[in-house]
Design a protein around this ligand. Structure first.
Ligand code: S3P
Length: 166
């Protein structure tokens, strides 16, 4: 069974895709993203799956995609932000090198990039992101071997720290 060299977890806006691509390049391996795997599996975009079939259906597809990628991918793997909510997925992660990309609220809101110029929406996005960060930070920490702070840092700097820790 192959193993990813590193599995990146963290909330939306933590930089998993950007850091994952850069880290893979630095290590000379390929980057894979479970959101893209789910989209391929479903033939639809993640947002359409949520709207048309509901979050539960998305989570089932995601669980399948994560298990498959953990078993077959030997590069860098980025998980969708909510993948760690599944207990079976968390159990699988115990056998992997997991890096938690930690991000603070303001930085996450900025990176997700919604609602600029729309105070009402911005308020909602901010409080929604705050709720997700509060609820999930302990879960990410529980599956992680390494935690890397990403606030006010460049992706290159973050990749350097991950490489030292691997
Ligand atoms: C989600 C994060 C998204 C995507 C879906 C749900 C979450 O992935 O899987 O919209 O529950 O945090 P990213 O973390 O890559 O944005």
């Amino acid at each position: 069974m192959t193993h990813p060299l590193a599995v990146l977890v963290g909330p939306m806006g933590s930089g998993k895709s950007t850091v994952g691509a850069l880290l893979a390049e630095a290590l000379g391996v390929t980057a894979r993203d479970t959101d893209a795997d789910v989209e391929r599996l479903a033939g639809r975009e993640v947002s359409d799956i949520f709207v048309e079939s509901g979050e539960e259906h998305f989570r089932a597809l995601e669980k399948q995609a994560v298990a498959e990628a953990l078993a077959t991918h030997d590069g860098v793997l980025s998980l969708g932000g909510g993948a760690v909510l599944d207990p079976d997925t968390r159990a699988l992660l115990a056998d992997h090198r997991v890096v938690f990309l930690r991000v603070g609220l303001s930085e996450a809101v900025k990176r997700v990039g919604l609602g600029t110029g729309r105070p009402l929406l911005l308020g909602n996005v901010r409080s929604r992101i705050k709720a997700l960060l509060d609820e999930r930070a302990p879960i990410y920490a529980s599956v992680a071997d390494v935690t890397v702070d990403t606030d006010q840092r460049t992706p290159e700097d973050i990749v350097d720290e991950i490489r030292k820790a691997l």
